[in-house]
Ligand binder design. Structure first.
Ligand code: HEM
Length: 401
């Protein structure tokens, strides 16, 4: 029995989870934590779990967890589950209704608009030689893009951002009732705001994504009002909370690997480079599932049983640094031939719907930053958010020339 453990409260783990992931992967790849859940760190186990329909994403219904104030609160306050928390066939139906708007070709059409937003975002830094990456580039660009897509006004951007941050805090494995209550309060404030916008759009349909989602609903397909609302909230949060961290993490990775920054300067930012940045430090560190039947996973010739209803945390971050798939995994390396096998967007039926959009935004934002400034240097060490599920920087001051 190994003495390594997955302890989300350990500050060392929060600072850098990779030494822990590495030990877990070699010493105890199917790890039972003192908190009672199972952590998977090998690439193959993570992929197999995400692709296996014997694993459910609907934890509230299918996990066999002890009753707790947190669970009770979640159950009583959930109005309509977002697609992220549903299993087929309910998930399949919702995903089919919304996926047309997210195909790579539909997303590619956004490139000129994204480029314009990035150029505008960098204009001030060109004058001053200083850039606060999160506030000036990583947040405003994805936020404006998702607002454009949904044809949402942006005047109340600050409030929306605050609500989103409170809501995503409830995704943490350490969430307690207090955070959940705050999350519900934030959703309660967000709903009437979005409701008003949806009502307005119903009367003034355009060619935006919100209008097509409403149209789907009105063609008799069953995207009811609660489902529409949950999806819009999910998109909004994804638009706020993920790409912003990918842009921040990517710039950090480049500045700490100057030889790779030089490669990007020479060759300009490519989709393959974005894949490698996602593999190296993707913002979403893990996701959860629960098996609908007993499952066994072989470890060193022994079958490790995961009982039906257990809570399983599949570590995307650990899978992305598994040396059996990625040579020298802790090295950022743009010449890697298999970066696109990364798990940063998960896998299987819940594979990130916004993957093409997130990749395009990052390619344009990071690529343009690197092209615009011959020199990019830390002004101070970035501040990392104290979060486990979505890792990223909250403040990142740069000197640019
Ligand atoms: C770097 C940025 C992003 C990362 C790393 C990311 C990551 C992920 C991951 C890991 C999942 C699957 C979670 C699971 O299986 O439990 C997911 C699902 C999802 N993502 Fe993203 N995401 C990003 C950006 C976006 C954007 C920009 C959007 C939309 C505007 C988006 C929309 C969604 C949706 C709707 C789902 C649910 C899909 C489903 O349940 O079928 N994501 N994302």
């Amino acid at each position: 029995m190994s003495d390594v453990s997955f302890n989300p409260f350990d500050p060392e783990f929060r600072k850098n989870p990779h030494p822990f992931y590495d030990r877990l992967r070699t010493e105890e790849p199917v790890h039972r934590t003192p908190l009672g859940f199972v952590v998977l760190t090998r690439y193959e186990d993570v992929v197999n779990t995400l692709r296996n329909n014997d694993f459910s994403r609907d934890i509230e219904v299918n996990a066999n967890l002890p009753e707790s104030p947190t669970r009770k609160f979640r159950r009583e306050n959930e109005r309509s589950k977002s697609m992220l928390n549903l299993d087929p066939p309910d998930h399949t139906r919702l995903r089919r209704l919304v996926s047309k708007s997210f195909t790579p070709s539909a997303i590619e059409k956004l490139r000129p608009r994204i480029q314009q937003l990035v150029d505008d975002a960098l204009a001030n830094a060109k004058r001053t030689g200083h850039l606060e990456l999160v506030e000036e580039l990583a947040f405003p660009v994805p936020f404006q893009v998702i607002s454009d897509l949904l044809a949402m006004p942006t005047e109340r951007g600050e409030e929306l951002r605050e609500w989103s941050q409170i809501i995503t805090a409830t995704l943490e494995p350490t969430t307690g009732v207090e955070e959940l209550e705050k999350g519900q309060e934030a959703i309660a404030k967000m709903r009437p705001y979005l409701e008003e916008i949806i009502q307005h759009r119903r009367r003034n349909m355009g060619d935006d994504m919100l209008s097509s989602l409403i149209a789907v609903e009105e063609q008799g397909e069953k995207l009811n009002n609660d489902e529409l609302m949950s999806f819009v909230i999910l998109l909004y949060i994804a638009g706020h909370e993920t790409t912003v961290n990918l842009i921040g993490n990517s710039v950090h990775a480049l500045l700490t690997h100057p030889e790779q920054l030089d490669v990007m300067r020479r060759e300009s930012c490519t989709p393959n480079m974005v894949d490698e940045l996602l593999r190296f430090n993707g913002p979403v560190q893990h996701t959860i599932r629960t098996p609908l039947v007993d499952i066994s996973i072989p470890v060193n010739g022994q079958e490790m049983l995961i009982k039906k209803g257990s809570l399983v945390l599949a570590s995307l971050g650990a899978g992305n640094h598994d040396p059996s798939v990625f040579d020298n995994p802790h090295q950022l390396d743009f010449s890697r031939s298999n970066s696109n096998r990364h798990l940063a967007f998960a896998a299987g039926v819940h594979y990130c719907l916004g993957a093409s959009l997130a990749k395009l935004e990052t390619e344009v934002a990071v690529g343009t930053l690197v092209k615009t400034f011959k020199s990019i240097e830390f002004d101070s060490q970035p501040e990392w958010r104290d979060r486990l599920t979505i890792r990223g920087v909250s403040k990142f001051e740069l000197n640019v020339k």
